[in-house]
Design a binder for this molecule. Structure first.
Ligand SMILES: C=CC1=C(C)c2cc3[nH]c(cc4nc(cc5[nH]c(cc1n2)c(C)c5CCC(=O)O)C(CCC(=O)O)=C4C)c(C)c3C=C
Ligand SMILES: [Fe+2]
Ligand SMILES: [Fe+2]
Length: 354
């Protein structure tokens, strides 16, 4: 019998014009997953930060036509994924819905749309390959808080085979396009996080390293590599090394830099402004032999294949949170990752270490 399958794609969202930069930032900094301060300190801080940061951020969004390309990019991914799922699941009716965390289409709008459509099956697919409490968990909480029905939920996919092949393929293409230089260092740049978030058991940094290990294993000619973290915000200590210092160091060594955004699945302000403008300039200033930025995954066929595979495998598994392959991804010290929790729940026993 034909099923109506809703696939909900979660992402951060971004301002759709100059007027929405400040309210977007206010929503972001008012998220308790981002700023741990209690009410009413957090909303006050969110107002203060969005007011002071707004004008500079608006100028950067103006360079991209006024707003963020994240929704158009995610829409293209949704179309490509729908086409792939139509092939993989003939006879079923597939529809992808966008659920953005801090701007339209908001997660609560997606909940209404999915309910109105009357889906038989729901797959929740956060477009964050590496789980973080600040992204994946925050999005899934927004879904639940808005009355979103429980679905088959994909926790994270930091080592998924086609996802890894997509990254490796794009890095190799960038290297070939640059004329296959020899003196290369690959910089895998991920969005950073405050140290305190990791200390509380967030597995994001560990999962980013797992992705880098798997990608590097497919690129033996490009073994000189490093993982670094970008986009620091605020006065707290963030995990490092920073992408900025890593670019500078590689440039001073006269390296040909290949910079790959390893935790972003689409282009947006952090790739188009920070990586393409600020760090490209830094690399040239400090004498890099070259600087090539690897495109974000977008609709790269291997990436869409990865997403389709995750959806199909989630549909074959139990309702609830599902780590890829049904086995936990993270070691026990990362207690904030629900992939462990999900498996133990389904086994109806919890080992002491979890
Ligand atoms: C892996 C993905 C991301 C993590 C982890 C993450 C954590 C995180 N982000 C901020 C603050 C900002 N992020 C901003 C933009 C932004 N962040 C991500 C992804 C992750 N963030 C994306 C995809 C985007 C782009 C959105 C778009 O416009 O399309 C911004 C806004 C831009 C700016 O003013 O710099 C802020 C602010 C924190 C504090 C944080 C973890 C605590
Ligand atoms: Fe961010
Ligand atoms: Fe996990």
């Amino acid at each position: 019998m034909s099923r109506k399958i809703a696939v909900v794609l979660f992402n951060l969202g971004g301002p759709d014009g100059q007027d929405s930069v400040k309210p977007f930032l206010r929503n972001l900094f008012n998220d308790p997953a981002i700023i741990y301060a209690p009410w009413p300190v957090r909303p006050l801080l969110a107002w203060l930060i969005s007011t002071t940061r707004g004008p500079k951020a608006a100028k950067e969004y103006a360079k991209m036509g006024g707003g963020s390309p994240i929704v158009p990019e995610t829409t293209r991914q949704a179309e490509a994924l729908t086409a792939a799922l139509n092939k993989a699941l003939p006879g079923d009716e597939i529809r992808c819905f966008l659920a953005m965390r801090y701007w339209h289409p908001f997660t609560h709008e997606a909940v209404e749309a999915v309910k109105a459509w009357g889906a038989d099956e729901i797959v929740l697919l956060p477009l964050y390959p590496q789980f973080s409490t600040t992204t994946t968990a925050s999005s899934l909480k927004a879904w639940r808080d808005a009355g979103g029905p429980e679905g088959r939920t994909i926790c994270c996919f930091p080592r998924e085979t086609d996802f890894i092949a997509a990254h490796a393929g794009l890095i190799r293409e960038a290297w070939e396009k640059a004329g296959r230089p020899q003196n290369v260092r690959v910089l895998h740049s991920a969005h950073g996080l405050p140290e305190v978030t990791i200390q509380r058991g967030d597995p994001y940094q560990w999962q980013v390293e797992e992705t880098v290990k798997a990608v590097t294993a497919l690129l033996p000619e490009l073994s000189d590599h490093i993982t670094c973290f970008q986009s620091k915000v605020g006065p707290l200590e963030w995990i490092g090394p920073s992408t900025e210092e890593t670019v500078e160091e590689a440039a001073k060594e006269g390296k040909h830099i290949i910079l790959s955004p390893i935790a972003f699945v689409s282009e947006h302000i952090e790739t188009l402004v920070e990586l393409d403008e600020e760090y490209a300039e830094l690399a040239h200033e400090h004498g890099a032999a070259g600087y090539a930025r690897v495109p974000a995954l977008g609709v790269t066929p291997d990436f869409i294949k990865a997403l389709a595979g995750l959806v199909v495998s989630a549909l074959n598994g139990p309702v609830g949170l599902k780590p890829p392959g049904g086995t936990p991804v993270c070691p026990a010290e990362f207690g904030r990752c629900p992939c462990r929790e999900a498996v133990y729940k389904s086994a109806e026993s919890k080992p002491e270490a979890a």
